[in-house]
Design a protein. Sequence first.
Length: 342
Amino acid sequence: MSKWAILRPTARNKPAAIFTGFIVNFGTTYPLGFKSLWFLTTTMHIKKLHACTGHRAALYALAPGRDDRHFLSAGGDGWVVNWSLDDPENGQLVASVETQLFSLLHLPERNLLVAGNMHGGVHWIDWADPSRTRNVQHHQKGVYDLLVVGEWLYSAGGDGLLTRWSVLEGRTVESVQLSNRSLRALAYSAARQELAVGASDGSIYLLDETTLALRQTLPDAHLPSVFTVVYSPDQQRLMSGGRDALLRVWDLEKDLQLLLEVPAHRFTLNHLVFSPDAQMFATASRDKTFKIWNAQTGELLKVVDTLRYGGHINSVNRLLWLPDCLVTASDDRMAMIWEVDR
């Protein structure tokens, strides 16, 4: 028997008050005029291929590896581990630091890994020679996210600082104090030349990527904290999630009008990623589940939990969608590899 999922749009922003229901296609928005909109969930298949074990603490970060058949994980044990999809039993320890790692980025053109730790340090790791790893103590608190745009790397700090780094020199260039609370998530829109920053003050900040000038602030985007932000593939929507467990979709072409609000999870929505073909997206949560959604309609396709699918037994913290699989990372110290078939 098919299941139904309910999406509840809101008229939080006054210009949208004339519409009470939407189908959100990330190229078009269709007003429906109903108080709620029901979608019939279509059949899709998901299969756990492997549980990667060996980490000694919770996993907080994932990053692509040397190619599409490899990925990297990092977490509370301070380890950065390289995994092969062709031999997932045997992870390779790439680097180890003496503190928890919250964020991770791979710069393949320079054979570098960059990892942010819980104390505000940014580790520049030479993959060919990890002994040359440098830790630049910059932020006053944890580094929760990292993002690379061309020659620049951006770090989101627990001290409320957004910092631009030179990738070539591995040094800070400039910083912007956006909040007195932690910055938790970063995203980039090439079409808009724009950075989106989610913060623990509940706000989303939009900045000009070239000048770092603040373009717009969206207060109370999620209460009390924003945990994830991502631009839709067509760059016309901004999607966000937070501690309130809500998934929200904002119209970038209409002054950040709220298009859709979905009670996506029972607890904190930690992360959101699109599939490589942009047909689906996934959300991860502290409720121990991750969910797969239709990116064209907003339809909920699958809820992956412990009981039915052998999923994680603790909070799902991070997602990485590779061409051949979806990877999930959790407080249960495991990274799981999933085959997703429409």
